[in-house]
Ligand binder design. Structure first.
Ligand SMILES: [Zn+2]
Ligand SMILES: [Zn+2]
Length: 360
């Protein structure tokens, strides 16, 4: 590489990066572009650790280019805005989620689903328009075109609010798009992790009846007493599953391990929708006959557009929805990743960047 990453841009930046597929993260000096006309630059205060960060640092999807600075649940305070920025000013609380760019002219972009733009640019680990690599929020500062910046309402805590930018929108968007947002509907949520616990909170705030479906009986108390779910189903308990057959309008399936879909399809009412938001590495088996017999549907959804992300954040602020988090210092990140692999977190790690990221 001819140019050092520190000298690539004019603004010095500092974060933690993985250098190879061991996924081990360590301090890393790089640079960010100076605030452009349409850019918002902000000091990063908190950054959530998403499961996809873990996949990325270990190159489990085979697309990682090193060094990679992960993090796409980024919140902070604006320090500088470009001359043509209209939505933000210095001192505003802001966030950046999964993407920092899109073509802005295709059908998807025009319909406010930039997340499905073929030229969408992820927040970290890909090439930006200027040919340089994007770096995520495990870093001291962030710069983004204002279109991809979210305004964080004053009453929304920044630490618990950070995970809304990926985990929150990933479950909010399908609830809206698939029409599973009507009070009185019955929703199943499969898996009670970062995504699942957010799905329960959003669905409850929308007035739905929520049943958590899990392999582990020991999550029942937590799901019902703490998260406010109405019912709990142990997926291995065939008797319980039988009793719940045909009762659900929809299911949000957050599980990223290979698992059986047939029992879940059985839980749906006629016209019911099973929506996948987890990303199993291998294809799942899909029996079609049960779909035909109930005009049922299996769909997918991947995070959300900017307009909807802002709507989700405003909804969360109004209904006091934040993620349940464990705030950690930067130098705990490798341990956090190991624990995340074992699902040993309730329910999201959030890095206290401002107080623990130390330059070297
Ligand atoms: Zn994510
Ligand atoms: Zn586009």
């Amino acid at each position: 590489m001819a140019m050092s990453l520190e000298g690539e841009h004019s603004v010095k930046a500092f974060g933690w990066a993985a250098r190879d597929s061991s996924g081990h993260l360590s301090p890393f000096k790089f640079s960010r572009r100076a605030t452009g006309e349409k850019d918002v630059t902000f000091t990063v205060l908190y950054c959530g650790i998403c499961h996809s960060d873990l996949h990325n640092v270990k190159n489990e999807w085979g697309i990682t280019s090193y060094p990679v600075v992960p993090g796409h649940e980024i919140v902070g305070v604006v320090t500088e805005v470009g001359t043509k920025v209209t939505k933000f000013k210095v001192g505003d609380k802001v966030g950046v989620g999964c993407m920092v760019g899109s073509c802005r002219s295709c059908a998807n972009c025009k319909e406010d689903v930039e997340n499905y733009c073929p030229k969408m640019i992820f927040t970290y680990g890909v090439k930006y328009y200027d040919g340089t690599t994007t770096y995520g929020g495990y870093s001291d500062i962030m710069v983004s075109d204002e279109h991809f910046v979210i305004k964080i309402p004053d009453n929304l805590p920044l630490d618990g609010g950070a995970p809304l930018l990926c985990a929150g929108i990933t479950v909010y968007s399908p609830l809206k798009y698939y029409g599973l947002d009507k009070a009185g509907m019955h929703l199943g949520v499969v898996g009670l992790g970062g995504l699942g616990h957010m799905a329960v909170k959003f669905a409850k705030a929308m007035g739905l009846k929520v049943t958590v479906i899990s392999t582990s009986p020991n999550k029942k108390k937590e799901a019902m007493d703490h998260l406010g779910a109405d019912a709990f189903l142990i997926s291995r308990n065939t008797e319980e599953m039988e009793l719940a057959m045909g009762t659900m309008d929809g299911i949000i399936d957050t599980v990223s391990a290979v698992h059986a879909l047939l029992p879940l399809i059985g839980l749906l009412k006629t016209n019911g929708k099973l929506v996948m938001v987890g990303a199993p590495e291998k294809p799942l088996e899909l029996a079609v006959f049960p779909l035909l017999l109930g005009r049922k549907m299996v769909g997918g959804s991947g995070f959300g557009g900017m307009k909807e992300t802002q709507e989700m954040i405003d909804f969360a602020a109004k209904h006091n929805i934040v993620a349940d988090i464990e705030v950690i210092p930067m130098d705990y990140v490798n341990t956090a990743m190991e624990r995340l692999l074992k699902a040993d977190v309730k329910y999201r790690f959030v890095i206290d960047i401002a107080n623990s990221l130390k330059p070297f």
